[in-house]
Design a protein around this ligand. Structure first.
Ligand SMILES: Nc1ncnc2c1ncn2[C@@H]1O[C@H](COP(=O)(O)OP(=O)(O)OP(=O)(O)O)[C@@H](O)[C@H]1O
Ligand SMILES: [Mg+2]
Length: 278
């Protein structure tokens, strides 16, 4: 019994020691003498990346196609372009930032290189799953994905008019099902199956859209997304992994430079799949 207790105490002490060491290492890196003024004088991508890698903690290493991110402080990151697409994505983000008429649902940029080589942005904790997105926003992720695709397809003026469109389509499918129900020829039976499929997809969509319109927070969340879609942000930057929470608990997009222009200029040739950025 006494041995068991001693062992438990020993394990606890070891865990505490390891935790303390990890924390000290973190703190050391955070105050490791990273000199921003010196960083600003660096003229090449490898020089910037090497200097940051040596002195700062890296976040999501290699996850981005065009930029690398480093922790500058408890609530700020330094994002460094690692190629031309990174400069273009950073410039696209700066465009969004400069336009004050866009409702803010993206991370603020505190400082930037006029040439787009780096930015200092607000730190967030990125969402790790569709489930986390759903829990945090209250919006089912499959529905959200469907909603964005439908908005891109139908280009409604607002979410209320999208509901009218969807309700109209649902009614039309229902009428066709009634009309074709007793038909015996093959062509009509195929058409009936099509309308039945449409109906069973649309019914939950309409139901969820109605619920979304009733929720002020969900509605506001989606209206801001619609605004960004209208301004050319691609689906590639709107998936769950592009959202995170800041220290105030706000849900923000932290990676919003993948616009249609950037896609066409830097990604289209290397990818046949428009969504591959996501
Ligand atoms: N504001 C932030 N706070 C915390 N982590 C961040 C932030 N911005 C980026 N990251 C981390 O750095 C990684 C790379 O950044 P980001 O996704 O913006 O690069 P990107 O090259 O623009 O990506 P993509 O190829 O998807 O456009 C992210 O996957 C994430 O892990
Ligand atoms: Mg990006």
């Amino acid at each position: 019994m006494a041995t068991k207790k001693l062992l438990e105490q020993f394990i606890l002490n070891e865990v505490k020691k390891a935790f303390k060491e990890a924390q000290e290492k973190e703190e050391k890196k955070a105050s490791s003498g990273f000199d921003f003024n010196f960083f600003k004088t660096l003229g090449t991508i490898p020089a910037r990346l090497n200097y940051a890698k040596k002195l700062l903690e890296q976040l999501g290493a290699g996850l981005g196609s065009s930029r690398e991110t480093f922790k500058l402080s408890a609530n700020r990151v330094l994002k460094i372009a690692k190629n031309e697409a990174g400069v273009a994505q950073t410039e696209a983000e700066l465009e969004f930032i400069r336009n004050n008429s866009i409702p803010r649902n993206f991370t603020t940029i505190e400082e930037f290189d006029p040439k787009g080589n780096w930015i200092v942005a607000e730190l967030v904790k990125p969402f790790e799953s569709e489930r986390e997105f759903a829990i945090e926003t209250g919006i089912n992720y499959q529905f959200y994905e469907n909603l964005i695709k439908t908005i891109q397809d139908r280009k409604p003026q607002n979410l209320q008019s999208l509901l009218f469109i969807a309700e109209h389509d649902l009614e039309e499918a229902n009428n066709k099902i009634i009309e074709l129900k007793d038909a015996e020829d093959f062509k009509s039976q195929v058409a009936l199956q099509d309308y039945e499929d449409t109906f069973s997809e649309l019914e939950p969509f309409v139901h969820r859209l109605k619920a979304l319109l009733k929720s002020k927070t969900q509605y506001n969340f989606m209206m801001k997304i619609m605004n960004l879609l209208e301004r050319g942000l691609e689906w590639g930057d709107l998936g769950f992994s592009h959202f995170g929470k800041n220290s105030k608990g706000e849900i923000l997009i932290y990676d919003y430079g993948f616009t249609t222009d950037v896609y066409k200029k830097y990604y289209k040739a290397s990818s046949s799949d428009r969504d591959s950025n996501y």
